[in-house]
Design a protein around this ligand. Structure first.
Ligand SMILES: NC(=O)c1ccc[n+]([C@@H]2O[C@H](COP(=O)([O-])OP(=O)(O)OC[C@H]3O[C@@H](n4cnc5c(N)ncnc54)[C@H](O)[C@@H]3O)[C@@H](O)[C@H]2O)c1
Length: 318
């Protein structure tokens, strides 16, 4: 059985079988934390299989809306990282009630019932900045203006944890990269997947700006904050790439650098249902000691390598 020097701090990750959670759980188990994941495995029942042999990893199949279960799980934890959510505007719009129960009410239950000494680090979203003027670079003091039910639930959950104290809020940019549960709906992952499949990208409202961050940097930011909690306590931090504020057309052009025959169509006749358009600064996080490492161009190369590898096996006949 793999053995690591255990530091015995107990961490509960809700939604830990998902895109971010499966990477984060892996990092924390390897770093020697005692990690419990609770998840109802909506998308993957094998994203944590590689952690089964580790004695410092526990998996609980369950729903964060189940109060009896959560009462037991939140007891005696040093850290709680609530990731369980319905994620993204389209999914939350279709399932408003479930989104409110999962993204907000389940957090409210944790906040009201967990002991004060337990530290909470919760991801939120830069979606809250909504749509801003071209000359505005959003920092953590910029007024928020969520334009989706998803954004609203995440912003409300921020308030709940900040009001209790002993917590940190991370407003994540759009994450890109590879995980044990791959998300194809995220903008960079999605465009690279489509570029490889169709050799063509039809981009709507290509001038809209977004801010990106690799899954490696998100995972490392959580781990960094766990280890240096006193420097971050009771504050909000944007987590994005300094050079990641790019328009959708610029992103498509970065992908074309790697896929030479890619045709980009700057489609001016269609509206994107996703009306987010903002530029975000993560200087506050950098000043406290965490500087993201994986550039967008590098992330695109990794995704191409990953998706090509998958395609080889899908197309192999014998
Ligand atoms: N990926 C991003 O770009 C991004 C950006 C900003 C914030 N976030 C936040 O990070 C968190 C994780 O996002 P992700 O990208 O890993 O999404 P994901 O959909 O891959 O993971 C969510 C996980 O939560 C689980 N889950 C959902 N409802 C549950 C319930 N009622 N009980 C138990 N488990 C439940 C799902 O099974 C899934 O494994 C979310 O809170 C999301 O809002 C993500």
């Amino acid at each position: 059985m793999p053995s690591f020097k255990q530091n015995m701090k107990k961490v509960l990750i809700t939604g830990g079988a998902g895109f971010l959670g499966s990477k984060l759980a892996t990092k924390l188990v390897f770093d020697g934390f005692n990690v419990t994941v609770v998840d109802k495995q909506l998308y993957s029942n094998n994203s944590l299989d590689h952690l089964i042999p580790f004695s410092n990893f526990n998996f609980v199949f369950g729903d964060v809306r189940n109060k009896n279960l959560m009462r037991k799980l939140i007891k005696n934890k040093d850290f709680i990282i609530p990731l369980a959510a319905l994620v993204g505007a389209p999914l939350c719009e279709k399932n408003k009630k479930l989104a409110t129960q999962t993204n907000l009410e389940a957090i409210s239950y944790i906040v009201k019932n967990v002991k004060k000494s337990t530290k909470i680090i919760i991801p939120s979203t830069e979606s809250g900045y909504g749509k801003t003027d071209k000359n505005v670079v959003c920092d953590e003091n910029t007024p928020v203006n969520p334009i989706s039910h998803y954004g609203k639930t995440k912003l409300e959950s921020e308030k709940l944890v900040l009001n209790r104290g002993n917590s940190v809020v991370l407003r994540l940019g759009t994450v890109f990269g590879i995980s044990y549960r791959f998300r194809q709906d995220l903008l960079v992952n999605n465009l690279v997947t489509r570029a490889l499949k169709d050799n063509k990208l039809d981009i709507f409202e290509g001038h809209y700006r977004r801010n990106f961050i690799s899954i490696e940097d998100v995972t490392n930011t959580f781990a960094y904050i766990i280890k240096n909690f006193h420097k971050f306590k009771n504050e909000i931090f944007n987590v994005g790439l300094g050079d990641g504020n790019v328009t959708k057309i610029q992103l498509a052009k970065l992908i074309k650098k790697e896929i030479k025959n890619l045709k980009i169509i700057d489609n001016k006749s269609k509206k994107d249902p996703d009306q987010r358009d903002y530029s975000v600064s993560s200087k506050k996080l950098e000043k406290r000691g965490y500087k993201p490492k994986v550039k967008l161009s590098e992330g695109i190369k990794h995704l191409i390598k990953y998706l090509n590898k998958k395609n080889y096996s899908n197309n192999y006949n014998y």
